[in-house]
Design a protein around this ligand. Structure first.
Ligand code: ATP
Ligand code: MG
Length: 425
């Protein structure tokens, strides 16, 4: 026997029975963000590896150990995208979407990271994200947070909390880095291997360490908020004022750093207690340096991405999955010539009632077995076209969920009859 090929570890098939919740997320998101003026952009799943090295940074978890990189047949190094922002910025520069203008863009799709698979952490996962360009102030940051809050509300999700922090301007961060490194050097024996390495390359990222043994050290570290320049403090205060005025609850988490070099000023995460260890469902911030870093003109930018698998779990756990509408009609066709006439009638119905959800039976089989399938399909009505009906040029309409008499109609009257039944229900 040939061995069976299975799906790749950490990647998942999303099966039809589980699709309602995905549609719910994607449809709700699209209505939401388009209502805020965001326009959809789709970029390739594969990009040059250098794009992610230059944007995400050489010393991040993603670039150091999580990327799916490979040489293509020309020898170019390509990577499956681990996130969406770099590609959106690359495309925005390439197509002139970012110069001298404001731009609100959204994207979605599969992302790839070679992480250790566990609940809420996969090697292929899906994100939806929003990016806003050309708006330097806290107003757009607040709007991004209000938009995310509205998303949770539309989905009916509870128990998601907003955490915010500021990294300050590039200038104030450079100053703080010096203070932090001095502190960490004083406690070098307590640093784990990753942190030792990051001491030179990306000391801020050490604050983001998940290693339990390092938490005491991190807790006691000098705080960035005590080393902000005036412009940075004012920017952050203005953001919090907008949030307060809009009664959007948040907590300031001084340890939120999001490690990437291109972030400045505001960073934020939406976190839940209800998912266990992988509790961040949405993360974002301001990244004013990135467009220039990737070869564009200096352009202010802010955005966020959310992880769909974690939201799927939350919707399921909180019993908030909205069922998509099912079949309305199952067309039973039994006997000689029934397919010819049956498909003709089915197409007439689809022409006349464009949104109808009509499943026509294919594959033959007895009348009885077809009726079983009709029942299983979830449809309310069965249309029955057997030899009797063919001979009389009629169709029988049978109620599958109600105790009501079957109705026999002329084939020429079928469309009108179905419209009439729809109006009644
Ligand atoms: P974490 O600290 O959990 O690794 P991150 O900082 O790497 O998260 P981002 O790059 O900010 O995550 O991605 C935004 C969101 O995408 C995360 O908040 C999370 O909801 C989701 N996400 C990130 N990585 C994964 C993954 N491997 N599997 C499932 N969802 C993920
Ligand atoms: Mg990660």
């Amino acid at each position: 026997m040939t061995t069976q090929i299975k799906v790749i570890r950490g990647m998942h098939d999303i099966l039809p029975d589980n699709m309602d919740v995905w549609y719910q997320l994607e449809d709700t998101w699209r209505r939401l963000v388009e209502g805020y003026g965001y326009r959809h952009i789709r970029t390739p799943i594969v990009e040059k590896t250098s794009l992610f090295h230059r944007s995400i940074g050489e010393v991040t978890d993603i670039v150091e150990k999580e990327m799916y990189s490979f040489a293509d047949r020309n020898g170019d190094s390509l990577s499956l995208r681990p996130e969406g922002t770099a590609s959106v910025v690359r495309a925005g520069i390439e197509h002139g979407l970012l110069v001298n203008q404001q731009q609100r863009l959204w994207y979605g799709g599969a992302m790839f990271r070679h992480e250790r698979p566990q609940k809420g952490r996969y090697r292929q996962f899906h994100q939806l994200g929003a990016e806003a360009f050309g708006m330097p102030g806290p107003d757009i940051e607040a709007e991004l947070m209000l938009m995310a809050a509205r998303f949770w509300k539309l989905l009916g999700l509870e128990d998601i909390e907003l955490q915010v922090n500021t990294l300050g301007s590039a200038h104030s961060r450079t100053h703080y880095k010096g203070v932090l490194v001095a502190y960490l050097l004083d406690h070098k024996d307590q640093l784990d291997e990753d942190s030792q390495r990051r001491l030179d390359s990306n000391p801020l990222r050490i604050l983001d360490s998940k290693n339990p043994d390092m938490q005491g050290l991190i807790e006691a570290a000098p705080k960035l908020s005590d080393h902000l320049d005036q412009e940075s403090s004012e920017h952050f205060a203005a953001l919090l004022e907008i949030l307060d005025h809009n009664q959007l609850a948040y907590s300031v988490n001084p340890r939120l750093v999001r490690g990437l070099d291109y972030y400045s000023h505001t960073v934020f995460e939406w976190v839940t207690e209800s998912l266990g260890a992988q509790g961040t469902v949405c993360a974002g911030g301001r990244y004013d340096m990135l467009v220039e870093q990737l070869g564009g003109k200096p352009t202010s930018a802010a955005g966020f991405a959310l992880g769909l698998e974690r939201l799927v779990s939350m919707l399921q756990d909180q019993d908030k999955v909205a069922a998509a509408p099912g079949n309305q009609i199952y067309f039973v066709m039994a006997g000689a010539d029934s397919a010819k006439v049956g498909h003709q009638l089915a197409e007439q119905i689809r022409d006349a009632i464009p949104n109808i959800r009509l499943q026509a039976h294919c594959g033959g089989g007895s009348f009885k077995s077809q009726m079983k399938k009709a029942d299983k399909s979830g449809a309310d009505l069965a249309l029955i076209l057997g030899e009797n009906e063919i001979n009389k040029s009629t169709v029988n309409i049978k109620y599958l969920r109600q105790q009501r008499d079957q109705i026999e109609v002329e084939q020429s009257q079928l469309v009108d009859k179905i419209k009439q039944l729809q109006d009644e229900s």
